[in-house]
Design a protein around this ligand. Structure first.
Ligand code: ADP
Ligand code: ADP
Ligand code: MG
Length: 499
């Protein structure tokens, strides 16, 4: 069996660092790659060796598959871990890696290819009796026929790009009159974003939860599931808070979803770590959405509740080892929550807020894990995803994990840029989140920038009001009559706001 001695991580930031930490613990040498924008990144410093790939743009650095393979040859690397994003779901790259005699830490190119197309994936799982969202099983080519299917399914429907990812390439159609326009938009978006205009129809589940199952398979055909992750707190179809286990999944439902996920993996002869995503309706019926053939951003919550290091398992599988545990060996220990901390301004439509981390102090303490790729004083580059960190809590119960997370958010000190920490705290304290009674519309339904305004208790209000009155009295005594009436107005507006 080939033993991996030197691993190159074809990625950047937090995930590169997270993968290399495990590699080091396994006695494997590490090679980092970086763009000119990431020269000073912790992942570059952490690696045994590091190679600059080129200018900041991903297309001139992290996406240069051939160049990365060249680096491997030069440095005697024997395996590549692609992380998530970038080249991780690129079947052609995975093939080139193995053609070059290197180990790709991930599934086979064939599995990536099948699951990379949402349509091909639905077809592949056909014989495994996996529930699918009602819709079309082929790309739309005939508009009148598609309209007919849409009205049979019933509006609203969703038009989806087969090659879509990252929450992009989806359009909701509320009624038949919008159908053609939305479909044309979906096609042109799909062509420009993914270079593939194939789109299909799915029933739009109006109050859905996104619940996914982590699977691990070895190259001998053994596949197990590592339970679910609840990822319904999303913004623009992208996850912002994830947790494991889900508060709506019963042991029976967990087993049914887990077995369905194993079926999906078997349908494409899957090996490695993968995620089978399901959408769950109000009646707790679950339907297969897609499979992500890579390590997932939110994998830490699964690690916390199962005690398994998913990157270690990926490496062992890539070497050809059989899984060292069976389904019966796995169990859930406690509860874990992850929040994605982004350099975005929640008061300004979550626009990326790029700048320097003037202060950057991580929370610490029992049951807290921070996966990040920055240090104080560093700039958040504009070229990539603006995620600063993943903050993870683990505790015995869901309630304790929520309190622990809120404590950690309060301890996290970041200045110099706006972050989504305050937004995450709002979500975690919201009655709907606490009760577990929420769906993917949580953010649209409950979040308004005003909820981030400071809330004062009665005593604080009185002190502030007294200070304001005192301030304006002093001010007005020095000013003309006209100015006085103006500032009195301001002062009373202040008092009103405080109440
Ligand atoms: P996860 O469920 O792990 O959060 P996402 O779908 O949000 O998965 O994607 C993870 C990362 O991969 C993100 O950085 C996202 O921007 C990127 N990504 C996902 N799909 C694509 C794609 N088709 N093309 C480019 N980047 C993608
Ligand atoms: P991506 O490849 O972009 O991750 P997914 O198919 O996984 O695409 O969908 C992303 C998100 O979009 C889901 O988590 C869910 O919030 C929403 N979504 C997808 N399909 C449906 C559907 N049929 N009905 C309602 N919401 C959906
Ligand atoms: Mg998805």
């Amino acid at each position: 069996m080939p033993k991996i001695k030197k691993l190159l991580v074809a990625n950047r930031g937090e995930i590169s660092l997270r993968i290399m930490r495990t590699a080091k613990e396994m006695g494997i040498k590490t090679v980092a790659v970086f763009s000119e924008a990431d020269r000073l990144s912790p992942h570059v410093k952490f690696a045994d060796e590091a190679v600059c790939l080129g200018p900041p743009a991903s297309s001139e650095s992290y996406l240069l598959g051939e160049k990365i393979i060249e680096v491997c040859k030069k440095l005697n690397v024997d395996a590549i871990h692609p992380g998530y994003g970038f080249l991780s779901e690129n079947a052609a790259f995975a093939k080139k890696v193995s053609d070059a005699g290197l180990i790709f830490v991930g599934p086979s190119p064939e599995s990536i290819e099948v699951m990379g197309s949402k349509l091909a994936a639905k077809q592949a799982v056909g014989k495994y009796n996996i529930p699918l969202v009602p819709g079309t099983e082929e790309a739309i080519s005939d508009i009148p026929a598609a309209k007919k299917i849409a009205s049979e399914i019933g509006y609203p429907i969703l038009i989806k790009a087969s090659a879509g990812g990252g929450g992009k390439g989806m359009r909701i159609v509320e009624n038949e009159s919008e159908f053609e326009e939305q479909m044309n938009r979906a096609i042109s978006e799909a062509v420009s974003a993914f270079g593939d205009g194939a789109v299909f129809i799915e029933k739009y589940i109006t109050s859905p939860r996104h619940i996914e199952i982590q699977v691990l398979g070895d190259q001998l055909g053994n596949v197990v599931y590592l339970f679910e992750r609840e990822c319904s707190i999303q913004r623009r179809h992208q996850k912002v808070i994830e947790e494991a286990p889900s508060s709506v999944v019963s042991p029976e439902m967990r087993k049914a979803m887990g077995e369905a996920a194993v079926g999906v993996a078997k349908a494409c002869d899957y090996y490695g770590a993968g995620t089978v995503e399901f959408i769950v309706d109000e009646g707790l019926n679950f339907y297969f959405l897609e499979m992500n053939t890579r390590l997932q951003v939110e994998h830490p919550v699964t690690e916390m509740i199962t005690g398994k290091d998913l990157v270690k398992e990926q490496i062992l599988i890539a070497e050809g080892n059989p899984l060292s545990f069976t389904q019966d060996d796995l169990s859930i220990n406690g509860h874990s929550i992850e929040v994605r901390v982004y350099a975005e301004d929640p008061r300004n439509n979550f626009l990326p807020d790029i700048g320097t981390l003037e202060t950057y102090i991580r929370p610490q303490g029992p049951g807290i894990r921070v996966d990040d790729g920055f240090e104080e004083g560093m700039k958040i580059p504009i070229y990539y995803d603006p995620m600063i960190a993943k903050l993870v809590s683990h505790a015995e119960t869901r309630e304790a994990a929520i309190y622990r997370m809120i404590r950690a958010i309060e301890d996290y000190q970041i200045t110099g840029i706006q972050t989504t920490l305050g937004f995450c705290k709002f979500a975690l304290q919201h009655e709907a989140f606490v009760s577990g009674n929420f769906d993917t519309k949580f953010v649209d339904r409950y979040f308004k920038p005003e909820v981030l305004d400071p809330v004062f208790d009665q005593e604080e209000k009185e002190v502030l009001a007294a200070l304001a009155v005192n301030f304006f009295e002093k001010l007005t005594s020095k000013k003309s009559q006209k100015a006085e009436s103006k500032s009195e107005g301001k002062s009373s507006a202040w008092m009103k706001r405080l109440n």
